[in-house]
Design a protein around this ligand. Structure first.
Ligand code: CA
Length: 234
């Protein structure tokens, strides 16, 4: 595959040793890469059209979390965070600010490439469906990745969107956390269930008319989640 065909990836990483190897592996798979070795340089680049961002959490000038928030103000591009912090709380915090995935240093470049590909495959694979629920309270336009709550646009991260699609395409069916991880990520990433819970929490916050009485996503204790929206007639 020729360079650039697979997509354009922004690598935000201050350790040249790491950015070199990540770029090498991605370019070998047909990606075009751009490296920003500081947060300041990254800020100048984030409004350019990238298909995915690999973001190191520990940068010398700007916190990776801040950059992630800055990206999310204007874009829903998939973000994979790279971090030396291996605590699960850090992962969940990262997902809470809009990252789609995590790899923990030291990571295998091959695994990172697999994740990049999985995220891009998922982003492209949305069909031309339009789903409406509860008399138009929730509208999902799959083709444009557009979601509206009571007519107002809701901004979801790609992972939140895929999670919502996975649930909304099967109203009434209980899906386990593992099933959801597999449907959304395309593979089982260490099976840490709490990351699913963190995504669901964000999703509910955005789509539920009332947080305390969810009508779209119900928790089935000890099992997983069920989509309980009532499909609208066409
Ligand atoms: Ca670093």
């Amino acid at each position: 595959m020729s360079i650039g065909k697979a997509g354009r990836v922004l690598i935000i990483e201050d350790e040249k040793k790491i950015s070199d190897i990540v770029a090498l592996y991605l370019e070998r798979e047909g990606f075009r890469t751009v490296v920003a070795d500081s947060g300041d340089k990254a800020l100048k680049l984030i409004n350019e059209p990238f298909d995915l961002i690999v973001l190191d959490l520990m940068l010398p000038d700007i916190q990776g979390e801040e950059l992630c928030k800055a990206v999310r103000e204007t874009s829903d591009v998939p973000i994979i965070m790279v971090t030396a912090k291996s605590g699960e709380d850090d992962r969940i915090k990262g997902l809470g600010i809009g990252a789609d995935d995590y790899v923990v240093k030291p990571f295998s470049p091959r695994e990172l490439v697999a994740r990049v590909k999985a995220h891009l495959r998922r982003t492209k694979k949305t069909s031309g469906k339009r789903l409406g629920f509860n008399g138009g309270v929730l509208i999902i336009d799959a083709e444009n990745m557009d979601v509206k709550k009571r007519g107002v646009a809701v901004v979801l991260t790609p992972t939140e969107f895929r999670l919502l699609m996975a649930l909304a395409e099967k109203p009434g069916r209980v899906l386990s956390r593992l099933q959801l991880i597999n449907m959304v990520q395309g593979y089982d990433f260490e099976g840490y269930d709490r990351t699913v819970d963190a995504h669901i929490k964000n999703l509910r916050h955005k789509i539920e008319p009332d947080q305390k009485e969810p009508v779209f996503i119900k928790t089935i204790y000890g099992v997983g989640y069920k989509f309980t929206g009532i499909p609208d007639e066409d």
